[in-house]
Design a protein around this ligand. Structure first.
Ligand code: ATP
Ligand code: MG
Length: 138
């Protein structure tokens, strides 16, 4: 069944000029781009987005990194979008990511790992609503 997920091309990948290549990988894998916007976010916006990780030791570094430069916010749609995007992204640490995955190809480290993808239906709904208004998702 058709499903929506939320993704971010993170600041490291945008800085290195990988935006187009990553979007091409996403489209080649069969995702429709429902909505896309490039913007810089504040540290507070990053904290709200990653609030589930607020107790983790890397929370401050993560939110500083995510607000360090422009990112690309995406709403994507296809059958089984949430699981399929996670598979296309590869493991959180690019050193453990499978060949051919986006993180294997474009990520530099566990922190600067090129792409985010929602991990469940409830998080996808929260994350889409956090960054996009209803009128942007028609
Ligand atoms: P994302 O949520 O960005 O899609 P993920 O679901 O693969 O990534 P999470 O466990 O949700 O991984 O962690 C969120 C992000 O926090 C990671 O993508 C990474 O940038 C950072 N992170 C996770 N674990 C570590 C760690 N041990 N050290 C530094 N940063 C980390
Ligand atoms: Mg996650």
């Amino acid at each position: 069944m058709s499903q929506r997920t939320f993704s971010i091309i993170k600041p490291d990948a945008v800085r290195k000029g990988y935006t187009g290549a990553i979007l091409a990988e996403i489209e080649k894998a069969g995702f429709q781009i429902v909505a896309v916007k490039k913007q810089s976010i504040s540290k507070d916006e990053a904290k709200g987005f990653y609030h589930v990780h607020r107790e983790r030791p890397f929370f401050d570094a993560l939110t500083t990194f995510m607000s360090s430069g422009p990112i690309v916010l995406l709403v994507l749609e296809k059958d089984n979008a949430i699981a399929d995007l996670r598979k296309l992204m590869g493991a959180t640490n690019p050193a453990n990511a499978e060949e051919g995955t986006i993180r294997k190809k474009y990520a530099g480290s566990i922190e600067e790992n090129a792409i985010h993808g929602s991990d469940a239906e409830e998080t996808a709904a929260f994350e889409i609503g956090y960054w996009f208004a209803g009128y942007e998702l028609l």
